[in-house]
Ligand binder design. Sequence first.
Ligand SMILES: NC(=O)c1ccc[n+]([C@@H]2O[C@H](COP(=O)([O-])OP(=O)(O)OC[C@H]3O[C@@H](n4cnc5c(N)ncnc54)[C@H](O)[C@@H]3O)[C@@H](O)[C@H]2O)c1
Length: 277
Amino acid sequence: MKDVLLLTGAGQIGMAIARRVGAGMKIVVGDRKIENARRTAKIMMDAGFDVASMEMDISSRDAVRKFIAEGQRHGEIAMLVNAAGVSPSQASTEDILRVDLYGTAVLLEEVGKVVKKGGAGVTISSQSGHRMEALGAEKDELLACAPCEKLLELDFLRPCNIPDTLRAYQLAKRCNVRRVMAEAVKWGERGARINSISPGIIVTPLALDEFNGPRGDFYKNMFARCPAGRPGTADEVANVAELLLGPQGAFITGADFLIDGGATASFFYGPLRPESK
Ligand SMILES: NC(=O)c1ccc[n+]([C@@H]2O[C@H](COP(=O)([O-])OP(=O)(O)OC[C@H]3O[C@@H](n4cnc5c(N)ncnc54)[C@H](O)[C@@H]3O)[C@@H](O)[C@H]2O)c1
């Protein structure tokens, strides 16, 4: 038996993190598109990692439980890397809420019930949630603590109250950060930690869909005019994840880390301010 790393979302960010921390572990990679899970598993196995792949959908509690059970056949669940998600140009408001918001909440809850002592997890949120206005204490608490099965019944999360897919994505990512705070308390009772990372524009197939989508110019302007002057890479996200998942991160839990080349700073206080366009 080995320590198990559960990787959900077989995209670039997930793979970069799993490669950074997964040596010596059994990595079980799940993705809604089995071909993505298999492709990532093959690349990683060719590089010496021990990987099994599985079709799974984080927006189904049943699928999440089966995925965890598959992991447990190989050993105790020591790490979670959740990099499954859909973006505003790829999906409908309903799909974004079901996958990015509800699915993440279910996954954190289910893994939090079984993670081993000393275990750790990261979930990928987004800078998008950081540029939305404050929602207030009442909504924040609901996003953090409402039972998963009630989340999508909240009035402010009903699709008829959400103007577009970008807003749905921002709400989902804000929810991820709040959920991580509440889950950190429960994971802590098991001696485990959970954090989130909020990347800015990271070049991956998901971001390329955004560059080629209706908000393409907006995104290209964002990375050109942010302090770093470029988009980021999945490996730079893995730098942060390595700290959060490893022993150097032992005092970090329930926290969110913005890694966006300064785009959010510029959105509030620099040339990316909406009014200065
Ligand atoms: N790339 C960026 O610029 C960027 C920025 C901020 C946040 N993010 C977030 O990072 C995460 C990973 O994105 P990425 O850029 O690596 O994209 P990616 O497209 O490379 O990978 C995402 C993977 O998630 C899978 N997936 C989608 N829905 C799923 C579901 N319901 N269950 C299981 N798997 C599912 C997809 O099939 C895909 O393989 C997402 O949550 C995304 O919102 C990305």
